[in-house]
Each structure stands twice: as structure tokens, then as C-alpha cells.
Design a protein around this ligand. Structure first.
Ligand SMILES: CC(=O)SCCNC(=O)CCNC(=O)[C@H](O)C(C)(C)COP(=O)(O)OP(=O)(O)OC[C@H]1O[C@@H](n2cnc3c(N)ncnc32)[C@H](O)[C@@H]1OP(=O)(O)O
Length: 573
């Protein structure tokens, strides 16, 4: 974006850099904002890269020579419409930005005042935001370019009165960029309608998983805060409630979800009493709390709201007002994803991307770059390894190497016979791996006795193959190892990639592929770390749950991002 000299209150050179956190003060009339908001957010997102706080003060005049101060905006229906629209457009035009609509100055004066004393200022002292702003932005119309300095001064003073900001923050007037759009708007100006006031309640309840807070969650939370004038009770699904969720292994832990919720709510409306409780069943406290007056639901969970009221009636409690908000559409959804903005779509987009940066690995030669690919039995890890091999990686199949070390005459062969006896021998003196498997899977002690013999031998072979690949000038190796993490082999690899699949699907696949019983398949899975534990150690997660083309897309994405990382690593040496 080109920002002309007169739009800013800082030298043009510094405006070239990106800012981490911005406060966008929207001064346009509420009913005009739905049309303008997409370009405003789009311009803002070219300057701000992390958090964009949005402060609404329709009608604020920054140019009449008097310093304006914040005033309360009544919680009208237009505000809630604008909030939904704003988060929806934000997902469309600046999905990477954490947008937060601030509500401290939205509400009736009386509900914000303590006792009967009516306060006319929503900010008796400046509010602390969890991310400190480093730029101010506004859509305020600049009629005369000569006014630019006065407006930015006024904006700084105004924002500093509302929020704790550093002194003389750079300020950007987005209005010149919007001129063309506004001219079009002038032509089709609609008369302003009489504002419809939104009903508010002392005690409101809302529930959800709140995994990786997205626009739909934020809309739900913002509107819940608008409807609340005292206490907001939030039920957050605990791990028990997540068993059937798609890619549940990637759901953030309960404590992290709660921490992020608290931070968001503290930013958007610190005056509300927020009570966050775990939800171990679909109803939680909503069916027993006598003080509750309203429940906020989405189109999808309306029936849940009705079920809550039935239970309340059974408990002799008054019914809750059900306030329904519309689900936000996801403009970027793929054919296999849901149309609404959903956490499961967001989780599926994480597949193949770098979730956590690789560990420090200066003890390893930089090339070949070694990926440790692991995952539960039946998770499709070997098919992923083969796809990576087709893209140019050297595949090291540890199951195969494991079989090699059983060759009669080797040290491991003799030690296994000593440990497990001649019963696990075939007539031709080779080891009957299937019989051995029956003995060790489901018996941690026996399995440990076996792996204590095998893992050091397999590790030697893996290292030999990696060295061979280095001598041959190969750039990438994939160590395909079922129990890489359990064996503590992370020191042998630069990155850990984990393949995940729901347990039921894994059991079916194992039964079909290996012709074993359900019980045997389960015993085998129980001998390995649960997927959620593996994911905690993963740099990249993949899943073969969908059609092969979907897996291929994930693998290609992961491969391309990996090439960039390796190149970057080489560049920094
Ligand atoms: C660190 C590593 O990952 S090395 C590779 C894994 N090998 C080992 O740990 C050595 C010990 N295991 C073995 O020797 C053999 O697996 C046996 C004897 C137990 C069974 O042999 P086989 O019947 O031929 O089965 P195979 O070796 O193909 O393994 C079958 C499944 O068992 C699982 N498995 C293998 N070893 C282990 C183990 N130590 N713990 C838990 N599960 C294991 C694998 O996930 C594999 O399923 P997958 O291919 O879907 O991932």
C-alpha cells in the first residue's frame, strides 16, 4: 500500500515497516460500515501483521478543532450486525490477523456506572490491552489535506484516553484510499433507519470448544458480551467431550483454550464478570444455574438451546431467552471442508504445515536433512513415506530394518531366542515374528525386553543408511519408524512428523491389512503412545483419513514448506 506523506504523522521511511498491533478507530456511521469494512480491513492488514483492535465510535469528529472524547454507544442491533460482518470480512480479507472488536464503550451508561452515579465516560482510566498498540489507524474522512496533522494529533490523544498506548504512536489515515468507494456510496445513499435497541441480560451463558479462536467464536463471544450487563458464564468442552471431533489430536489443551479465551474477553470487555467452567456433558451449568436469563447459540446449536430449556423446566427453573447468531461463511473453504468457518476446517489446514519449530540440531550434519516419520499402527505412515520418496526423499523403512536384524546367526537373533525361547522359532529356524508379536503386544514388560535387544541394532542400521545417503549426495531422508518417539530417537532426526488417524479407523485398517482380530489390533495400538501424546512432539502432522488425493496435497504442501526451511537453514549458515 502507498501511504502518502500527508496521511501520516511519522516520517515516510518508518511507515514502510510492518506494525505488530494496531488500534483501528472507526468513525463512519454504523449503517455505512458493512459496505466499507472490507477495504478498510484490507488496507489495515497491509500495515499490521499480528493483532488489530477495532474501536467503534461512529460520528467521532477529529477535525473540528475541539478534542473529542469517547462516549457510550447504545447496544443497538446495528452494532451486532456490524460485528458479525466485521469478523466475516476479516476472515475473507485478512485471515492472518487476530482481529478483536473492543466493546468497553458499547453499552448503556447506567449499566456501566457503579451505584446510581451515572458516568458519561466509558474509560475513567485508559484500558490495558493484552498486546500493546504500536500504530493507530482511522477511517475518519480527510476533506482537506492540510488538516492531516491536526487529525492525527487528535486521534493520538483520543486513543490514548481510551487505551494504554506509547507516546506519539504513528497514525495512519486510511480515508484517501477509500475515496473512490465512498464516492460510489454517496450515489446510492440509503436513509438511516431508526436504531433498534438490543435486549440485555444480567446473566448470559454460552458454550463451545473454542479451539484456535476464529471469527465465528469471536462473533459469538462479542455478541454474548453485548447482551450481558453483569455475568457471562462460558462452558468450555473438556477433553471428555472431544472424543468424536475430527483431528481431535490437534485440539489445543483445555488450559490453553481457557487462557486464550480469558485474554480475548479481558481485551474486549473487561468490565464483565466472566466465569469459565469445564463442560463435561452438553449441558453443564446451563440447566442448574437459577440466575441465568439468556443463552447464546448459533444456527447449528439452536436445538441444544431448546434442549437446555427442557432440562431447566424439569428442574423448575425459568426458560432462557435463546439468542441465535448466524454462522459465518468461510469464503476459503475447500471441497472437503465445511461451508461455515469451523475449527475442524482450520485444523485440517494445519496438516502439513510447521506446527512447532524444529529443535536445535547442531549435533547433526545439516544434510541430509532427516525427517523422523512416525504414527500409530494403521495411520498410513508408510504410504506418506512412499509419497515423500516419490518426491525425492530417501526412505528408511525401520520395520524392514527390524526384520533384517532377526536374520539367523546375528547377535540379535541369538539374544531374542535366549529371551523368548525356542517356541517363537519356525521349523526353518527363523524367528516367527507373528508369534513373537502375540507374546509382546499387550505385555509392556515383554515388549521392553524385545525392544531393548532390537532398537540399538536398528538404530545402527538407520545411521548407516543416513551416512550412505550423505555420501551419495542425497538431501532428504525419511526415517519411517512406528515407535520413533517411544524409542527416544528424536536426537537422530532434524524434525518429527506424525501421522494421525482416529482409533476406530486404525483398527479396521489393521484388521483388513494384517488379517488379525480386533483384540490383537487394539493390543498393538495400546502398546504405542496415544496419538495426542505423539502430536505434542510433532513439528508437522499429517493424516491419511481422506481420499488419496487429499493426502497427496498435504504431503506436497509439507514437502514445499520443508524445502523452504532447508533453504533458509542453508542460507543462515
Ligand atoms: C524405533 C522403531 O520404530 S523401529 C521399528 C519398529 N520395530 C520395533 O520396535 C522392533 C520390535 N518389533 C518387532 O520386532 C516386530 O514388529 C514384531 C516381531 C513385534 C512383530 O512383527 P510383524 O508381525 O512382522 O509385524 P511388523 O514388524 O510388520 O509390525 C506390525 C505393526 O506393529 C507395530 N510395532 C512394531 N514394533 C512395535 C513396538 N516396538 N511397539 C509397538 N508397536 C510396534 C508397528 O506399528 C506395525 O504396524 P504399522 O506398520 O501399521 O506401523
Amino acid at each position: 500500500m502507498r501511504v502518502s506523506r500527508c496521511d501520516i504523522s511519522v516520517p515516510p521511511t518508518s511507515i514502510m515497516s510492518m506494525f505488530s498491533t494496531g488500534v483501528l478507530v472507526l468513525t463512519s456511521p454504523l449503517h455505512t460500515l458493512p459496505l466499507r469494512i472490507a477495504p478498510v480491513l484490507s488496507y489495515a492488514s497491509q500495515l499490521v501483521e499480528r493483532t488489530l483492535y477495532v474501536h467503534l465510535q461512529p460520528g467521532l469528529n477529529l477535525a473540528n478543532g475541539n478534542q473529542p472524547w469517547p462516549v457510550f454507544i447504545p447496544p443497538v442491533v446495528d452494532v451486532s450486525t456490524l460485528i458479525s460482518c466485521l469478523y466475516s470480512k476479516a476472515a475473507d480479507v485478512c485471515g492472518h490477523l487476530d482481529v478483536r472488536v473492543l466493546l468497553t464503550n458499547i453499552g448503556s451508561q447506567s449499566s456501566a456506572s457503579s451505584g446510581n452515579a451515572v458516568t458519561s465516560c466509558p474509560f475513567p482510566t485508559p484500558q490495558h490491552l493484552s498486546h500493546s498498540p504500536d500504530v493507530l489507524l482511522t477511517d475518519f474522512p480527510l476533506k482537506d489535506r492540510g488538516q492531516s496533522h491536526q487529525i492525527t494529533q487528535c486521534l493520538q490523544k483520543y486513543t490514548g484516553h481510551c487505551y494504554v498506548c506509547g507516546p506519539s504512536l504513528p497514525s495512519v489515515l486510511l480515508h484517501p484510499q477509500l475515496m473512490k468507494l465512498l464516492e460510489k456510496e454517496e450515489e446510492q445513499k440509503e436513509p438511516e433507519k431508526q436504531p433498534e435497541v438490543l435486549g440485555t441480560y444480567t446473566d448470559v451463558v454460552v458454550g463451545g470448544t473454542f479451539d484456535r479462536l476464529h471469527g465465528a467464536h469471536k462473533t459469538l463471544l462479542n455478541i454474548s458480551c453485548l447482551l450481558t450487563n453483569k455475568r457471562l458464564l462460558i462452558g468450555v468442552c473438556s477433553e471428555i467431550m472431544l472424543q468424536k471431533k475430527v483431528l481431535k489430536e490437534l485440539i489445543e489443551p483445555y488450559s490453553l483454550r481457557v487462557q486464550k479465551l480469558k485474554e480475548f474477553l479481558e481485551d474486549i470487555k473487561p468490565s464483565i464478570e466472566c466465569e469459565i467452567v469445564p463442560l463435561d456433558d452438553p449441558f453443564g451449568e446451563s440447566v442448574v444455574d437459577p440466575l441465568l436469563q439468556c443463552i447464546v447459540v448459533s444456527e447449528e446449536t439452536r436445538r441444544g438451546g431448546e434442549a437446555v430449556n427442557k432440562r431447566r423446566a424439569d428442574n423448575d427453573l425459568p426458560a432462557l431467552v435463546i439468542h441465535e447468531i448466524q454462522l459465518l461463511k468461510d469464503a476459503h473453504h475447500s471441497e472437503v471442508e465445511e461451508e461455515k468457518i469451523s475449527s475442524s476446517s482450520l485444523r485440517s489446514r494445519l496438516l502439513g504445515t510447521l506446527l512447532t519449530p524444529p529443535r536445535e540440531s547442531s549435533h547433526l550434519p545439516p544434510l541430509p536433512y532427516v525427517i523422523g516419520l512416525t504414527g500409530g499402527s494403521g495411520s498410513g505412515k508408510s504410504s506418506i513415506a512412499m509419497r515423500l520418496e516419490a518426491l525425492g526423499a530417501v526412505r528408511i523403512d525401520c520395520d524392514k530394518l527390524g526384520h533384517e536384524v532377526y536374520e539367523p546367526g546375528t547377535a540379535a537373533y541369538n539374544r531374542v531366542l535366549e529371551e523368548f525361547g525356542a517356541d517363537i522359532m519356525n521349523d526353518d529356524k527363523t524367528i516367527n515374528r507373528r508369534a513373537l508379536g502375540k507374546t509382546v503386544f499387550g505385555n509392556q514388560e515383554r515388549l521392553k525386553a524385545l525392544t531393548n535387544i532390537l532398537w540399538p541394532e536398528i538404530a545402527l542400521l538407520v545411521k548407516k543408511r543416513i551416512n550412505q545417503a550423505r555420501e551419495e549426495g542425497e538431501r532428504i531422508c525419511v526415517v519411517d519408524a512406528a515407535v520413533l518417539l517411544e524409542a527416544g530417537w528424536t536426537d537422530m532426526v532434524h524434525e518429527v512428523w506424525v501421522s494421525v488417524i482416529p482409533e476406530e479407523e486404525a483398527i479396521l485398517r489393521i484388521q483388513e491389512r494384517d488379517g488379525v482380530t480386533r483384540e490383537d489390533a487394539l493390543r498393538r495400538l495400546e502398546s504405542q503412545w496415544p496419538a495426542a501424546k505423539q502430536v505434542q512432539h510433532a513439528n508437522v502432522v499429517l493424516s491419511t483419513l481422506w481420499e488419496p488425493e487429499v493426502t497427496q496435497k498435504q504431503v506436497l504442501k509439507a514437502w514445499k514448506l520443508l524445502q523452504k526451511r532447508i533453504q533458509k537453514g542453508a542460507g543462515s549458515q
